[in-house]
Design a protein around this ligand. Sequence first.
Ligand SMILES: Nc1ncnc2c1ncn2[C@@H]1O[C@H](COP(=O)(O)OP(=O)(O)O)[C@@H](O)[C@H]1O
Ligand SMILES: [Mg+2]
Length: 96
Amino acid sequence: MAMIVSIGSGKGGVGKSVIAANLSMLLAKQGKRVVLADLDVGGADAHILFGMLNPPRTLTDFVERRVERLEDVLQQVSAQAIPWRRPIFPMPKKSG
Ligand SMILES: Nc1ncnc2c1ncn2[C@@H]1O[C@H](COP(=O)(O)OP(=O)(O)O)[C@@H](O)[C@H]1O
Ligand SMILES: [Mg+2]
């Protein structure tokens, strides 16, 4: 039977996406089929934690009816830890 786990807070930047991403990965590694939906319409970023900087479709495509079904915006990702080879954002060079 499907189970829904909601992770929320009254303010941003407190770690919702990080907790949700890690929980999703742990459950997937246990063999569960997991759908992680970042419903922060102003600043969803869970996709970045899975190494996907520009997802081809987002929840906005469903809300604005560019796709018919919610499933159409799902992106498959690996449950393996992301092997970062470089910073996601350019880091300022250290001087001196
Ligand atoms: N347990 C933690 N320890 C240190 N930094 C964290 C932790 N959880 C989240 N962060 C950092 O805090 C920032 C906000 O986390 P995020 O999960 O995006 O917050 P939210 O989804 O609530 O807006 C990110 O830069 C993230 O890397
Ligand atoms: Mg978030």
